[in-house]
Design a protein around this ligand. Structure first.
Ligand SMILES: Cc1cc2nc3c(=O)[nH]c(=O)nc-3n(C[C@H](O)[C@H](O)[C@H](O)COP(=O)(O)O)c2cc1C
Length: 162
């Protein structure tokens, strides 16, 4: 069975890590894209996105290709928004609730430095699970050299393998 990487990324940090994990695990990537893009500049970026996250919004997504039957392991990738996962992740979980039962879940989050623990707890609740098979939390990796996070990414990949 294969591994799916389901992720949302506004400014490329989570996407970059998703690509690295996909390469190492030969996993399929499923990018979630809201039909109505969140503002990505200035204060509006934090206000709109933060509000949507706090309100547990489930934005409508562009069609994506995901057949849960093909996967036993699902790695969810998201930036931390207001100590939460980004809203498109909520839409995905809601839309696939039944087919996600009995899957193994790993998670990778990118953030600026606060609220990842809360986001992890909220995601567990959303998925109705007690624990992830593995967790990877990185501070804005795009601003760092690959050298700085490559070991963490590798350890994460190893830990999600059987
Ligand atoms: C709406 C919004 C809310 C955010 N809230 C948090 C937060 O609560 N804690 C934090 O550490 N970073 C927060 N950030 C920063 C992002 O989590 C961080 O820059 C992340 O690496 C961005 O990932 P991306 O490039 O994949 O979008 C927020 C960013 C946005 C746009």
């Amino acid at each position: 069975m294969k591994t799916a990487i389901v992720y949302y990324s506004m400014s490329g940090n989570t996407k970059m890590i998703a690509e690295r994990i996909a390469k190492e695990l030969s996993a399929d990537m499923i990018e979630l894209i809201p039909e109505k893009a969140y503002p990505d500049k200035g204060m509006r970026k934090f206000l709109w996105g933060g509000f949507a996250a706090v309100m547990s919004e489930k934005p409508k997504l562009y069609p994506y290709s995901f057949d849960a039957q093909n996967y036993d392991t699902i790695l969810i990738g998201s930036p931390v928004w207001a100590s939460n996962v980004a809203p498109p992740i909520r839409t995905f979980v809601e839309e696939n609730k039944d087919s996600l039962k009995e899957k193994r879940f790993g998670v990778f989050l990118c953030y600026a430095g606060g609220g990842a623990d809360k986001a992890l707890e909220k995601l567990k609740k959303l998925l109705n699970i007690n624990r992830f098979i593995s967790e990877l939390v990185l501070v804005d990796p795009k601003e760092k050299s690959a050298e700085e996070y490559k070991d963490q990414v590798h350890t994460f990949c190893e830990s999600v393998k059987y």
